[in-house]
Every structure is written in C-alpha cells, then in structure tokens.
Design a protein around this ligand. Structure first.
Ligand SMILES: Nc1nc2c(ncn2[C@@H]2O[C@H](COP(=O)(O)OP(=O)(O)OP(=O)(O)O)[C@@H](O)[C@H]2O)c(=O)[nH]1
Ligand SMILES: [Mg+2]
Length: 296
C-alpha cells in the first residue's frame, strides 16, 4: 500500500480545483470562471486497493491585497511545507512571470514536484505544448511534467499514475470511504457562494461570503431540510445588486443552489436566503473566521 499527501498549487484560475475534483471523482471544491475562487485548503481523498492519495487543493497563489488574502497565502505555504509531494499546476495558454514566482517558491521547498500543464485542449497545434514543457524544464528541472486537460479528462489518468509512482509505502491516512474533509455546512455554504459568484461576479467580485444560520428538518415534513443562510457583502450597494430588481437575482441564486444542495443531501430542501452587509469583512479576521476562512 502506498499513501501520501499532495498539495495542488498554482496561480489563480489555472484549474487546480477542477483537477482535484476529477482526480477524487466527485466535487470537493467549487470551480468558477473567475480567479481566486478557492479560499482555503480543501482536502479530497482518493482510495484504491493499492494506494491512497490525499489531495490538498489550495487558493491561487497571488499578491496579497487584504487580510483574507494573507490568510489564503499562509494556507498555500503551509500546504507546500506539510505535503509529501507537490502538484504545480500551470495553464498551458497562460504561462507567465506569476507562474515563475510560484515555481521558484516551490523549488525552495526541496520537495518532489510534478508540474501539470493544464488546459491543453486550448492549444493548437498541440506541438506548442512541447515547447512550453522544454522551456519550463530548462528553467526549473522538476521531476516530471505532464500535459493534461482537467476539464475534458484528457491524460488525467497519467497525472494519477505519476503521483502514485512518487508516493511512499505507507498505511492509509483515512478510512477508505472518506472522500473529503469538509463539514456539510461548509459544503452547503460553498454551493451558495458558487451560485452567487455565477450571478454577480462582475459587480461584486470577491466581497461575498456565505454564513449558514440554521439547518433543521422541516416542522411539518421532517424529510425536508430547512436551511437559513445569509449572503454577506461589504457594502449596501452590493446588497442591492445581489438581491436584484424585485428580488430576481437572489431568486436565481437560491433556485440553483437549492437544486445542488438537494443532490448533496439526497433530500428536498427549503432554502431561505437573506443578504446582509458587514463592512470590510475581508479585513476583519474575527468576522472572516466565522465563515471558515481561518485554517481547517
Ligand atoms: N479549457 C479548459 N478550461 C479548464 C480546464 N480546467 C479548468 N478549466 C476552467 O478554468 C476555470 C478555473 O477553474 P478552477 O478549477 O476554479 O481553477 P482554480 O485554479 O481552482 O482557481 P482558484 O481557486 O481561483 O485559484 C473554470 O472555468 C474551469 O472550468 C481545462 O483543462 N481546459
Ligand atoms: Mg480553486
């Protein structure tokens, strides 16, 4: 039996969470078109007869702009330092100095590193990927470089095989049925955040957090779950945007979140969403800690 922890690290939006989700085989981490979606370390576990891989998905590594950003960056560094192996993800169509900075930081850790060149489905002709591999290899000389497309599932099995190649012999770290580290309430809040993000990203980029106030079986119908949650924003004008004209936006967010939460819980759900303003919550660790953005 082989086992170990793998930190998945890279610039925002390169596809780290998408890759972790396909490798684990279900949705562990929310994904979006927009950078800085993942906010702290998220663990997903893949267990087979022969091995167990514990993936640690991390927030995109980038310049710190607020207190929450600092916590996010600390989480990436802790993941790098604590893991057995690093999966450094880059976007085949967007390799730049930010990637280089991260790769340099990773190199310093002296860990085994596999570089995943993701989004190759965007590259044509495919030979272009080869020159990127050659270039990065010359610069850093990491153990392995694997091109793949997490979105299309292309070559993802190769990524998995290569990880297993570098895992040490060891016992399972978690029971085989364990697939992720997240409490149910956190998953529910992340689903709501993902749907809100889809609707209002342009206007309210990163000021959204979600707080679950209550989850309980329905009074009349105990098979149904009643969930009360607050969408937190930083300013009153953002609150108006999230609610939308005649409550339209909030309704769309609520409906799509409810459907996915029903799938997660395997039950009917009554979801009540409210929108609240808490000024500058991202700069207030007392507040952001409440939404689970400390460390886990
Ligand atoms: N074309 C293409 N798009 C991809 C691929 N993998 C991920 N994406 C898309 O890239 C976007 C970002 O994906 P995420 O998985 O959220 O990226 P991330 O690296 O976790 O981003 P942060 O959490 O913000 O750091 C989403 O729109 C994905 O659908 C891929 O292989 N090909
Ligand atoms: Mg992510």
């Amino acid at each position: 039996m082989k086992s170990g922890t793998v930190a998945v690290v890279g610039k925002p939006n390169v596809g780290k969470s998408t890759l972790v989700n396909v490798l684990v085989g279900h949705k562990v981490s929310i994904v979006s078109r927009h950078p800085a979606t993942t906010r702290f370390r998220i663990m997903g576990v893949k267990t087979t007869q022969d091995y167990q891989i514990v993936f640690v998905d991390t927030p995109g590594y980038e310049k710190v702009r607020h207190k929450l950003g600092e916590i996010m960056k600390d989480n990436v560094i802790a993941a790098i330092e604590e893991c057995d192996l690093i999966l450094a993800v880059i976007d085949a169509s967007r390799y730049d100095s930010e990637d280089r900075e991260i790769l340099e930081r990773i190199k310093k850790s002296e860990k085994n590193v596999i570089v995943v060149i993701n989004k190759i489905d965007r590259i044509s002709p495919r030979e272009k990927v080869l020159s990127l591999i050659e270039y990065v290899n010359k610069e850093f000389g990491f153990l392995e470089m694997i091109p793949c497309s997490a979105l299309k599932g292309e070559n993802v099995d190769d990524v998995e095989k290569t990880i297993v190649k570098y895992l040490q012999e060891g016992e399972k770290l978690f029971p085989p049925e364990f697939t992720d580290s997240l409490p149910q309430t956190y998953k529910i809040s992340e689903i709501i955040r993902e749907k809100a993000f889809e609707q209002v990203y342009q206007e309210v980029p990163h000021s959204i957090a979600v707080e679950i106030e209550e989850i309980k079986p329905g009074d009349k119908n105990p098979d149904m779950m009643v969930i009360m949650a607050n969408i937190i924003v930083e300013k009153d004008n953002q609150k108006r945007i999230v609610i939308g004209k005649d409550g339209e936006k909030l309704k769309v967010i609520g409906t799509s979140a409810r459907k996915e939460i029903e799938l997660l819980l395997g039950k009917k759900v009554y979801l009540q969403l409210k929108v609240k303003t808490i000024e500058n919550w991202r700069d207030r660790p007392d507040i952001s800690g409440r939404f689970g953005y400390g460390s886990i």
